[in-house]
Design a protein around this ligand. Structure first.
Ligand SMILES: [Zn+2]
Length: 98
């Protein structure tokens, strides 16, 4: 009996494709765990490559370690296999901050 492998996901920036993205969140001290634990995650997302506000897209990992997005290159035509085609719309003016 083997269970099917769980589907793993990553979140990537819809502008640059980087997975170096974070969201605003609250962490609360857990006395039993003696550590900060995530209590709430908010809508605001930040891309650390674009260095600004970002929209995130959830993608399915195509291997256990990576979704294999390429570095940004104007001639890049072969996107990795993902469940959702990644597009690169133009960067928002002002870095995406409202
Ligand atoms: Zn980005």
């Amino acid at each position: 009996m083997t269970e099917p492998a769980p589907v793993l996901h990553a979140y990537v920036c819809t502008v640059c494709g980087s997975d170096h993205v974070t969201r605003d969140a609250w962490a609360a001290w857990d006395v039993a765990a003696q550590d900060w634990v995530l209590e709430a995650a908010f809508d605001y997302a930040h891309c650390h490559r674009c260095m600004g506000g970002a929209r995130l897209e959830r993608v399915v990992l195509t291997s256990p370690v990576t979704f294999a997005l390429p570095e940004i290159a104007p001639s890049a035509t072969a996107l990795p296999e993902t469940t959702t085609p990644l597009t690169r719309p133009p960067a928002p003016p002002g870095g995406g901050f409202p």
